[in-house]
Design a protein around this ligand. Structure first.
Ligand SMILES: [Zn+2]
Ligand SMILES: [Zn+2]
Length: 369
């Protein structure tokens, strides 16, 4: 029999995290074992369902694997799956106090596997993020300044990341005396356990603020749309990324920020093809130009450039316009100064004359080339 976590919480399959949290709080409140008419088994079931559905990664695995997931015996086939099942099956009960809100004042002391909470409240490195930017062919060749806007986690501007309401007092945590660690006997639903744990009151920091920041609820970070100016180095190629150190998501509680990777996609240009640092194009000339030679103009990224077509040029001949290609990046992350460039290669296509007049045909026969 497969457990239906959605049914357990009484939410729809497509419920969002807010709905899931709300449903969990309501049910946890109703069935909490310390309450009159509480139900420990039911409470445990609700929590198990919530642990999975509140975590997008676990939820996706649950949606995909269903009952195999439930029994924790997916077998060797799925990497990453073991770690996930262990996440709650070994301890069985890994409740996150923050999700319960303030409605259970004393619950932390009963179920407080402090490590979880401490981990959440301590410094946490910000995630790396990637975004895609499409630029023109010539912007890739000569470089450009672009503005991008993206949604990301940034340090909360109200509390500057410390999670405290401005003006809140910073006090040494009385529970742990400022050490951040406590040893205590805990009554859990599995019996009494002696645990050395991160202090619940201060999350291991040894200090507490008298009031949490009202903007970020004490996390120290917030999600906002941010505009960034970005310098595209001359010579960047399709698929290459520009790394902006520290411009990823902000870390929590003073954690280091992640990096932002801007992946470049170059729009096609009908006139030019890029081959590493060379630019390739085609130029059509007439049968007569090919036979007798001529001076033509070729379109390059620098504008029109004169090219001498020698007498007797064959179709498919390639001429090199030196230094009219793409500036060579010295290395990734280094702004090329544009002094060294690839070449522009022009392939000559000779148009064979069509729809000739009778006179023209006669003349050609006379030539008999
Ligand atoms: Zn804040
Ligand atoms: Zn403490």
């Amino acid at each position: 029999m497969s457990k239906d976590y959605y049914k357990t919480l009484g939410v729809e399959k497509n419920a969002n995290q807010d709905d899931i949290k709300k449903a969990f709080r309501k049910l946890a409140h109703e069935y909490h074992p310390d309450k009159k008419g509480g139900d420990e088994a039911k409470f445990k079931e609700i929590n198990e369902a919530y642990q999975v559905l509140s975590d997008e990664k676990k939820r996706a695995q649950y949606d995909q694997f269903g009952s195999a997931f439930e029994h924790g015996q997916a077998g060797g086939g799925f990497s990453g799956f073991d770690g996930f099942t262990n996440g709650f099956s070994s301890q069985g009960f890994n409740i996150n106090m923050d999700d319960l809100g303030d409605m259970f004042g004393g619950l932390g002391d009963i179920f407080g596997f402090g490590g979880t909470r401490g981990g959440k409240r301590g410094p946490k490195k910000g995630r790396d993020i990637e975004t895609l930017l499409t630029i023109d062919f010539s912007e890739a060749v000569f470089g450009a300044e672009k503005e991008i806007s993206l949604k990301k986690i940034i340090t909360c501007d109200k509390c500057h990341g410390n999670g405290a309401e401005p003006g809140a007092k910073i006090e040494t945590c009385k529970t742990c005396g400022g050490t951040g660690r406590v040893i205590k006997m805990q009554r859990t639903i599995f019996g009494n356990m002696q645990v050395q744990a991160t202090c619940n009151d201060c999350g291991g920091e040894g200090k507490i603020y008298s009031q949490k920041c009202s903007k970020c609820s004490g996390r120290g970070v917030a999600e906002e749309i941010v505009k960034l100016k970005l310098k595209i180095p001359a010579g960047i190629d399709n698929g290459e990324s520009i790394r902006l150190t520290g411009q990823g998501e902000a870390g929590e509680k003073g954690g280091v920020a992640g990096n932002l990777y801007v992946k470049i996609r170059i729009k096609e240009d009908k006139r030019f093809m890029r081959n590493e640092y060379n630019i390739e194009s085609e130029a059509e000339i007439s049968f007569t130009q090919a036979a007798l030679g001529d001076n033509i103009e070729v379109e390059t990224v620098d504008g029109l450039v004169a090219l001498k077509i020698p007498e007797g040029t064959q179709s498919g001949t390639i001429f090199k316009l030196k230094g009219k290609g793409v500036p060579i990046l010295q290395s990734k992350g280094f702004w090329g100064d544009g002094s060294k460039r690839g070449d522009h290669l022009v392939e000559i296509l000779v148009k064979t004359p069509k729809n000739l007049t009778k006179k023209q045909k006669e003349l050609l026969r006379e030539l008999d080339l």
